[in-house]
Structure formats: structure tokens, C-alpha cells
Ligand binder design. Structure first.
Ligand code: CUK
Ligand code: CUA
Length: 623
């Protein structure tokens, strides 16, 4: 009881300090107000990208509970595109056409936290971007040639893959550790059985870049400790993944207090390579709901736990792969751990165990603790090219720059306000750029024109090329970028159009081939969209009319034959709640049941030419 009171007092004190700090950081303290106009002018020049020139970086930001990916240009901070991933999007017809509708499987939202760009030798290769859905247990891949979502799969046996997504250094695996513990398959089990029946799970997915398809290679079964964030090792630590936990208390309710009892939680270290071998040719895996599951306690030397200050949030491996830094949201310190020391410690025989997992000695693995005075609520760590780390401080609303080899604090700069993650240019790679960091803030307060009681989130662009950080600008962003990755623009090679492909199923390339084919109560329209008309049936009196019977299943297989970049056609059916698009050279299918009789105009919903308004036709549904 005494212990419980202690924690309670601790937490309350934390809030009090937080409140004081918030009060301290409201507008009067804004750096921009105090800086001279010449400083502001140079800030403006830093972000100004003249017409005709392009940004130097892409910033790929997760869209949180919008389920989408937000694409920005840096340093201008101009938003370039919303790429729909987990949520239907009428603006692009995503989730309306047959392919993407099937991919979403009827789900209407996702909660996307951590984008992860595919890597080769620990460097972003700009080919694909992976996304986790904490809301509906999914993982997605976005093809960075087209910025279209290429594949989505469900992750069975999990309760919110929050601690992913990250890739191993050659994208061998797309790893997704769970946040919530659940009985396997989501089966019913009383919360009184939490310790025995509930599991933490890591999905180890493989992505076939040629076929653009995911598969789950194996899953790792873990104690129900609630895994928060994670990262993959690099170089010397490349076979390992590290994960923070925040509920080694096995709390099942009132988590805020009950999961914050102990002074220490664990970082869990798992050797993914050993487990992959076991999954491939061993005998320890059990198939659960169609997936190979391995309890790493059955595979010697594949799992260890390292104590860490209570309830850490992020854990991030340094670019050289030699250390990992945990940031404790309740303990206001960053802890640097050494992989080398951990490997030495693993070799020693006498080890304490918890839940059957060997526990390494904290003092023997910890390299240093860094505790900048007054800096509160450290969440995530990023790196530059000079051995420096940058930590977001949620409560004291700042970024702290420090050297991870010496522990020396070098600089601090306020953010506006309350950063979750920050993202450094090329920050997760083996060679970060060290030019920019963007703080992804949870609160904007009064930074922008008011839009009522709830405001946008905000992003601070900070120049980290010098010894001192320089806050350059703040931009609004829709909810909610948890994390972002910033990649050099020249690493991404987009395609201009979808190439004409005569063999593609359902496509029609010649106007004279547009046709309507009936099979029982199915009506297949092999149609063409072009400036500025639809052709559904080349031989009919009215080429842009489709007549069906009520109850028919209708398929519009539309090909956009305008092989000209950016000439996208929309396809909307008035009064039928349907809209999708075909990009240049693309073929897309819309499938629906004509369950409403009557006369329904069809029109192009994406402005495409001077005669866009004329690009229309009719769907007639006979009673
Ligand atoms: S979490 Cu949001 S601030 Cu989902 Cu990466 Cu840390
Ligand atoms: Cu086609 Cu507007």
C-alpha cells in the first residue's frame, strides 16, 4: 500500500511539474518572437524552394488514426500528398475499386504509427514503405514507385502491433511486436488468467518485392509485458531486435498506476536470425491459426531481458549499431546500453530468470545514464552523423541534443508543443545526414489561425547542421504523425505513368474494343476513359450508355488510355455512392450490385481537360 501511495504521489508530482512547464512555455517564450528580423529572414531563405526547384527530401509521416500516409517536402514543409493506406479515400477512389476494396476487407479505419522505408545494408533504399495498423492488426506496404498501397495483410494472434514496424538491415524481415497482450487468436480468457493465457506476440513478416506480397514467416510468443517500441540492430548487432516493455507488473486495469509500480521494466532482446532458422528447419514451432509460433525460451540463446528504468517508451539503435538508447517516459533519463557488453554478459552462466527468460545484469550492460536537469518525459531518440543523439521531451516540450559516446548534453531547444517522436534526415540509417530534425508535436495550441476547440498537431523544423540547433519554422499537420522518416529525394524513383500493357487482365486499349459482355446476371463493361469521354460500348448507338437490369452485378473495368502524366480520370455514379479513379495507363475495376432502379448519370470526378464537364454518360437500371 505504501509503495502504491508512493507511485501515486510520484505521478501526481510529475503532472504538477508538467503543468508548470507548460505554463512556462506558452507564447511569450516563442523564440521567433524574440529573434531579430534578420534571423527570421535567414530562416525564410532556408525553407524557401523557388518555383521550378524541388525539395531535397521527402518526409513520410504516419497519419495516426486517419490510417493514411502524409508525404511532405523538406525543407519547405509543403504537404505533397495524402496516400491512403488503411482507410478508404474518395479523393483517389481508394477502397472503392475492386482491388483496393478487397485489400481493405471492409475495414473503415486504421491507426498507423510508424512508417519504415525498406533498407539495403542499413540504408533507406527508397523502394517500399511499410506501415503498421495498431487499430485493426494489419501491416501494409506502399510502393514508392507509384505511391500506391501494394499489399495489406492481417496479423493474427496479435493485439495491436504498436511496437513496429521496423525492418532488419536488408529488409529480410518486417517486424511487428504487439502492444496489448491477448490470448492467442483473440479467444476468450478471463483477465484473472492474464499471466498464463495472455501473450505478447511479434509478427515476423516477409515482403516479396517482386510479387509485392506479404507473408508471415513466423511469430514470436512473449510474456504479456506490453511491448511499446522496438528497433532492429545494425552491423555488429544486426541479428538482434530490441523492444521496450511497460507492464512487467502484469497489470490488467488502471494501467496508469498499476503498470507503473516497479522501478524497473525490461528491454527484451531477441535474436531474430536464430528464431528464423528454428522456424525454417527446427521442431520447436507450433502452428496456431495457420502461423508458426515459436516460444524463444525453447531456443537457447535467442532471448534475454535487460532491466531499464520504469516504463520506457522508445528504444533506438545508434547508427553504428553498437548501442541502443532507451528513453523512459516516467524516469526522466536516457539510458545507453552497449550491445558488446550485452553479448559478453550473455556468455556468463549464472543468470537470474524472469518468466523463464535470462535477465542480464543492468550494471554490466548499461553504458551510461544521461539526465539533463529539468528535461522531462523523454520519448524517442534520433541521431546525426557526428555521434549525437536527439531526444524528444514530451513534458518539458523540447529537444535535447547530447553525445551518446560521452553523455555530454550539448544543446536544448523548445518545441511548440509536446513532441512525441522527432525525425532526423536519414535518421534510422547507418549514416544519418545531420542536417534537419523535425519535431512531431502533439499540441499546437495557439500557433495557427483558430479552428475551434481542437487544433491541428504541429511540426517544428529544426536545423541541426551546426553545434547549436536552430528552430526554423512550425507547420500544422492533420492528426496524427506519430513518426516520420526523412529520405533523400533522389533515392525515390517514381514512375510517370502506368505503362501500356496489352496483356493486363480486363484492360482495353483501343476505342473500337470497348464492349459490354453479359454472363447471366453479371454485366462486364470493358470501358475506356480518355480526354474527354467514356466509351463503354464502341458499337452502340450511344457509346457512353450502360443499361442493366435491377439486381445485376455490374463490373466497370476502366482503362485510362491517356498515357500522359497527371491526367487522371475519376468515375462517379450519381446517387449510387460510388467513385473511383484511373490514373494514366491504369486499369481499375468497380464492382457493385445495381440494387436501385432508375437513371443515374456517370461523370468524371477528377478535372482532366477543358471538356472535363462533358466527360459523362448514363447508367440506366431497368426495373
Ligand atoms: S508512439 Cu506516438 S509518440 Cu505510437 Cu511511436 Cu511515441
Ligand atoms: Cu476525365 Cu475529368
Amino acid at each position: 500500500m505504501k509503495k502504491f501511495l508512493f507511485s501515486l504521489i510520484g505521478i501526481l508530482a510529475g503532472f504538477l511539474v508538467a503543468a508548470l512547464l507548460f505554463a512556462d512555455l506558452t507564447p511569450g517564450k516563442k523564440a521567433t518572437n524574440e529573434e531579430s528580423s534578420s534571423a527570421n529572414k535567414s530562416n525564410a531563405e532556408k525553407v524557401y524552394v523557388p518555383f521550378g526547384e524541388k525539395d531535397e527530401y521527402y518526409m513520410m509521416a504516419s497519419g495516426g488514426h486517419s490510417g493514411q500516409l502524409f508525404v511532405y517536402g523538406l525543407p519547405s514543409m509543403r504537404k505533397i500528398r495524402t496516400v491512403p493506406v488503411f482507410t478508404p479515400d474518395p479523393a483517389t477512389g481508394y477502397g472503392f475499386d475492386k482491388g483496393t476494396k478487397n485489400m481493405l476487407g471492409g475495414k473503415t479505419w486504421g491507426d498507423f504509427h510508424h512508417p519504415s522505408i525498406s533498407e539495403t545494408k542499413g540504408d533507406y533504399d527508397g523502394k517500399f514503405l511499410f506501415a503498421n495498423d495498431v487499430g485493426n492488426n494489419r501491416v501494409a506496404a506502399v510502393d514508392l514507385k507509384t505511391f500506391h498501397t501494394a499489399d495489406i495483410i492481417d496479423l493474427p494472434n496479435m493485439g495491436g502491433p504498436h511496437a513496429g514496424v521496423f525492418v532488419t538491415q536488408n529488409t529480410e524481415y518486417v517486424a511487428l511486436p504487439t502492444r496489448f497482450a491477448r490470448p492467442l487468436g483473440g479467444a476468450y480468457a478471463s483477465l484473472d488468467k492474464y499471466k498464463e493465457e495472455y501473450k505478447g506476440v511479434v509478427s515476423m513478416a516477409k515482403f516479396d518485392q517482386k510479387k509485392k506480397k506479404f507473408s508471415i514467416d513466423y511469430q514470436i510468443v512473449l510474456p504479456p509485458w506490453s511491448y511499446d517500441l522496438s528497433d532492429a540492430g545494425k552491423k555488429m548487432s544486426g541479428d538482434w531486435i530490441v523492444m521496450t516493455t511497460y507492464n512487467t507488473e502484469f497489470a490488467t486495469s488502471n494501467m496508469e498506476i498499476n503498470a507503473s509500480q516497479k522501478d524497473r521494466d525490461y528491454i527484451v532482446m531477441v535474436n531474430w536470425k536464430k528464431l528464423a532458422e528454428e522456424a525454417k528447419s527446427g521442431t520447436k514451432a507450433k502452428v496456431v491459426n495457420g502461423i508458426k509460433m515459436i516460444d524463444p525460451r525453447d531456443v537457447k540463446g535467442s532471448i534475454y531481458a535487460v532491466p531499464v528504468s520504469k516504463s520506457p517508451h522508445g528504444v533506438d539503435v545508434t547508427p553504428d549499431g553498437e548501442y541502443f538508447v532507451a528513453a523512459g517516459k516516467l524516469a526522466p533519463i536516457m539510458t545507453v546500453f552497449s550491445f558488446e557488453k550485452a553479448f559478453d554478459e550473455m556468455k556468463k552462466e549464472t543468470k537470474k530468470e524472469e518468466f523463464g527468460i535470462p535477465v542480464l545484469k543492468y550494471e554490466n550492460v548499461m553504458e551510461r545514464e544521461v539526465d539533463p536537469p529539468g528535461a522531462l518525459g523523454p520519448l524517442h531518440t534520433q541521431y546525426d552523423d557526428k555521434g549525437n543523439a536527439y531526444n524528444t521531451m514530451f513534458i518539458s516540450s523540447e529537444i535535447v541534443k547530447w553525445n551518446y559516446k560521452t553523455g555530454k548534453v550539448i544543446d536544448r531547444t523548445p518545441t511548440y508543443y509536446s513532441p512525441g517522436h522527432a525525425s532526423a534526415a536519414e535518421g534510422d540509417t547507418v549514416k544519418p545526414d545531420g542536417k534537419w530534425i523535425v519535431a512531431l508535436n502533439k499540441l499546437a495550441k495557439d500557433n495557427f489561425l483558430s479552428v475551434g476547440p481542437s487544433h491541428p498537431e504541429s511540426m517544428d523544423l529544426i536545423d541541426i547542421s551546426g553545434k547549436k540547433m536552430k528552430h526554423v519554422m512550425t507547420a500544422p499537420v492533420d492528426p496524427e504523425p506519430h513518426y516520420a522518416q526523412i529520405i533523400k529525394a533522389d533515392k525515390i524513383k517514381t514512375q510517370k505513368i502506368y505503362e501500356k500493357d496489352e496483356k493486363r487482365p480486363f484492360s482495353t486499349w483501343n476505342q473500337k474494343d470497348a464492349r459490354i459482355v453479359r454472363k447471366g446476371n453479371e454485366v462486364h463493361v470493358y470501358g475506356i476513359a480518355m480526354r474527354s469521354k467514356f466509351i463503354f460500348d464502341a458499337k452502340a448507338k450511344r457509346k457512353d450508355e450502360v443499361t442493366v437490369n435491377k439486381g445485376d452485378k455490374v463490373f466497370f473495368h476502366m482503362t485510362n488510355i491517356d498515357l500522359d502524366q497527371d491526367i487522371t480520370h475519376g468515375f462517379a455514379i450519381n446517387d449510387y455512392d460510388l467513385n473511383f479513379e484511373v490514373q494514366p495507363g491504369q486499369t481499375n475495376t468497380l464492382e457493385f450490385v445495381a440494387d436501385k432502379e432508375g437513371t443515374f448519370p456517370i461523370y468524371c470526378s477528377n478535372f482532366c481537360s477543358a471538356l472535363h464537364q462533358e466527360m459523362s454518360g448514363y447508367l440506366l437500371v431497368k426495373p
